[in-house]
Design a protein around this ligand. Structure first.
Ligand code: PEP
Ligand code: MG
Length: 841
């Protein structure tokens, strides 16, 4: 390692030199690794961040001493080298040291055209990047003695001094301008947006120029060994004769690297150089433990490697590369797991709008369910069903959705609503279905009657118009955008199995229907953590019986309707138990207010009156009687169970009969039954006594023994505070953080979307608490509830099943609090498995 007097920290990049990524930057460190691999890297000197700071502050560098390291009359390049490559940095400057004398010498060596091209290019980049003159003045492309003279004249005129001839002065100015550019406000904001700390420092790398504009075979290019979109092994890159830097990537006449039918390639014109590059690529992969892109230059047949950077990659390529590196024992499996960002997985589970295509956005809202879909715009569930029956994909747009829209949502490929937040009905159902959904697109004007949607910019969309919904970005686009397909391949499964080996918190799925349960199994959830049974009643045939039950005047009529529901429920549970094959299934008893099952429109009420064979006035009166001022805080959850015990009794009977039936055919089933919206111990006692009685009856009738576990959903602040006594009757507690957030804040989960953006923008809430668990408030209730519950019962199983369950931050919180598992919608299970592994590694 050679040191320099002017700046004692200047270090030549040699195999043993003391170069650190923190001080000299990632590029200097990477170059040192290439040197250690014996790659032909031109002589390089690294300037540490301390020196660059001093230069920015006005310290003058002895550049003559620095240049002397590079020999007689050298040409050098200066490149930025921040600690992290993602933080960017000022533009690289090539050919520093060029002046009239050197220009003449180069003309003799490589010919006039090559010398002119180099000189013009240097004057242009010095004028625009160092002297900061207007680039438009220096945009001439054709190099000739005349265009060079013209550029020099303009420089002199603007700067009121001749172009600097002294290489040491040139270098000193280049260093100063790059150091200052790093300190500029826009550069600072840009890198901070990419996660750089406020005091992020810049190192600089000064390197001897390998001349791609010269005699013989000369040129430059980049090569990489994987496809950046798919991650498959494939040599890609470009090479351009008589060029420098990254020219080859910008020009259409650049050559491919491997033999190609479209014309000559680098492999054809320089097979040995090509073979060397391939060998360097393998060495980099094995020793730098990463897929690298190599920047190279050929000067008169001699290959130099100037730089190597991590290949830019899509999410799917990132996953494939990590798995391949671990399979080849280059990195460990844990490292592969850590290299894939959990949130990147959701891109792989769904179709995505191709980022390379155009985007004509006409509405923005909350990204409520990821993925993208294109189809015809429809304004009602009936229209969605009729489009779907003709095999035409459609996007359902509604002010907000209600249970009677479920069939429409099943039929649609995407759902857009004007109102609602991340836990609104539309959002929850769409996530469960895996259908892209955007909610709270409040800039829209919706006229369902006239089937007309007016965007904020005045554009009008009508039924049948093609649109694309991007649920990942929270945007609706006009027309059909180009898509990338999902990527649930062998690599995906492999990486998640590695994650499972590392993680130490369970992951279950929220699954309401057999189709959800199939998904849960496909994504390898460890069980069902929440089956919302009411979602089983939304199919048309059941909705009718459900309504008959709600409208029953007497307990006998109600019992008759429930008798018809019983076999349907039993069949559902049989299916769920069979699909989950011995994995735990946690069934939540009926939760929503009954009025949610009533028709919303007069037409619907008329249909119902017909079905029930009752006068419309009776039906209307009954519907009005059931209406509540505040249904989410009214007769719902366990309150229904206490007041109308027949519903829970029927559900318990269906669960136990299914348990007996499936248990007879295979392994015993131990169902978990969960009581929603509890706030008092007595509620649990009452329901438990009745369910125990139903269990005894089913055991008697079937002659078969079985076990079951009864638990409580903690969704009210009081349940969390009184968890100690509630746990006396509960084998498990599951925190329903959707309702718990709603009740802790006193914030309607269905209406908060309207003002949530303003609240977050003004810093009232750091994030939407329905999306990211409020660890300070709601989180404290979780800790209190878990602690008090466990004090009563050491073996109490504690979990979370609100929408937060699939969120990496919430998983971290729950893991730290010692929860046994988290439960989230099936499509978030892979993300949760990976996020949990990240926490444990
Ligand atoms: C909850 O409240 O967190 C929950 C899971 O139940 P639901 O969303 O069905 O109210
Ligand atoms: Mg709830």
């Amino acid at each position: 390692m050679q040191k320099f007097d002017a700046f004692p920290d200047f270090a030549e990049v040699t195999p043993t030199g003391r170069i650190s990524a923190a001080l000299h930057g990632w590029r200097a460190k990477c170059l040192q690794r290439l040197v250690r691999l014996d790659l032909p890297v031109p002589r390089t000197v690294a300037l540490p961040a301390t020196a660059v700071r001093a230069i920015a502050a006005g310290h003058v560098v002895d550049c003559a001493t620095l240049l002397a390291i590079f020999g007689d009359a050298p040409l050098v390049s200066v490149r930025p080298s921040p600690a992290n490559p993602d933080w960017g940095g000022p533009a690289t400057i090539l050919n520093v040291g060029l002046n009239a004398a050197r220009h003449a010498a180069l003309a003799k060596l490589h010919g006039q055209p090559a010398a002119d091209a180099l000189y013009l290019r240097f004057v242009q980049s010095y004028a625009t990047h160092v002297a900061r003159l207007d680039p438009d003045m220096f945009d001439s492309r054709e190099a000739s003695p005349e265009s060079i003279r013209d550029a020099l004249r303009k420089y002199e005129h603007e700067m009121e001094e001749p172009f600097p001839e002294d290489p040491a002065r040139q270098l000193s100015e280049v260093l100063r301008s790059m150091a200052r550019a790093w300190e500029g406000t826009s550069a600072r904001l840009l890198r901070q947006a990419k996660g750089a700390p406020a005091d992020a420092a810049l190192g600089l790398v000064v390197q001897s120029m390998a001349q791609g504009i010269a005699g013989g075979i000369s040129g430059s290019g980049v090569i990489q060994f994987v496809d950046p979109v798919s991650g498959h092994p494939q040599i890609t890159g470009r090479y351009l004769g008589q060029s420098q830097g990254r020219d080859a990537l910008k020009r259409t006449e650049a050559l491919y690297l491997t033999r190609d039918l479209r014309g000559p390639s680098l492999e054809d014109i320089a097979p040995q150089i090509f073979a060397d590059l391939v060998a360097y690529g393998s060495a980099c992969r094995a020793r730098l433990r990463e897929e690298m892109q190599i920047e190279f230059t050929i000067e008169d047949g001699r290959l130099s490697v100037l730089d190597a950077v991590r290949v830019q990659r899509s999410s799917r390529a990132g996953l494939r590369i990590a798995v391949a590196l671990a399979d080849d024992h280059v990195i460990t499996r844990d490292e592969a797991v850590m290299r894939v960002e959990p949130r990147a997985l959701s891109e792989l589970l769904h179709h995505q709008v191709d980022p390379r295509g155009p985007r004509d956005v006409f509405a923005r809202g909350i990204a409520a369910s990821p993925g993208a879909a294109a189809g015809a715009l429809v304004f009602s569930s009936a229209a969605a069903q009729s489009f779907a029956s003709r095999g035409e994909p459609c996007i359902l747009v509604r002010r907000e959705t209600a249970p009677e829209d479920i069939r429409g949502m099943h039929s649609a490929v995407g759902v857009l609503t004007e109102r609602g937040g991340v836990t609104s009905h539309a959002a929850v159902i769409a996530r469960g279905l895996g259908v892209p959904c955007v909610v709270g697109a409040s800039g829209l004007r919706l006229d369902s009657k006239d089937k007309k949607l007016t965007a904020a910019d005045g554009r009008i969309f009508r039924e049948g118009d093609r649109i694309t919904l991007d649920g990942t970005a929270g945007e609706a686009l006009a027309g059909e955008a180009a898509m990338l397909p999902p990527a649930l391949d062998e690599n995906f499964r492999k990486l998640l199995h590695w994650a499972d080996q590392a993680r130490d918190i369970g992951i279950r799925a929220n699954a309401d229907t057999p189709a959800d349960a199939e998904l849960a199994r496909r994504f390898e959830a460890e069980g069902i953590g929440l089956c919302r049974t009411e979602h089983m009643f939304f199919d048309e045939d059941r909705l009718v019986v459900m309504r008959e039950m709600i409208f029953a005047d007497t307990p006998q009529d109600r019992a008759a309707a429930l008798d018809r529901l019983l076999p349907m429920q039993r069949a559902d549970f049989v299916q769920l138990f069979e699909i989950m094959r011995g994995k735990p299934v946690c069934i939540r008893l009926f939760d929503p207010p009954l009025h949610e099952f009533l028709p919303q429109s007069r037409e619907g009420l008329r249909d119902l009156a017909e079905a029930l064979d009752k006068p419309l006035s009776d039906v209307t009166r009954r519907a009005e009687a059931l209406a509540e001022f505040n249904p989410m805080l009214g007769m719902r959850g366990v309150r229904l169970g206490v007041v109308l015990p027949e519903i829970y009794n029927m559900q318990a009977q269906a669960i136990f009969e299914a348990t007996v039936e499936v248990g007879r055919r295979g392994d015993p089933v131990v169902p978990e039954i969960m009581i929603p919206l509890v706030s008092a111990r007595r509620e649990v006692e009452l329901v438990k006594t009745r369910i125990d009685a139903v269990a005894a009856t089913v055991r008697n009738h079937s002659g078969q023994a079985f076990d079951y576990r009864l638990g409580v959903m903690v969704e009210t602040p009081r349940a969390a505070l009184r968890a100690g006594e509630i746990a006396q009757h509960s084998a498990f507690l599951s925190f329903g953080t959707n309702d718990l957030t709603q009740m802790t804040y006193g914030l309607s989960r269905d209406d908060a979307g309207r003002f949530m953006n303003t609240y977050v923008q003004q810093g009232v809430f750091p994030e939407d608490p329905f999306h990211t668990l409020d660890v300070d408030g709601v989180g404290e209730l979780l800790l209190i509830g878990a602690d008090r519950g466990r004090r009563t019962r050491a073996d109490l199983v504690v979990s979370i099943c609100g929408e937060h369950g699939g969120n990496p931050e919430s998983i971290a919180f729950c893991r730290k609090a010692g929860f046994d598992y988290v439960s989230c919608s099936p499509f978030r299970v892979p993300l949760a498995r990976l996020a949990a592994a990240h926490l444990a590694i």
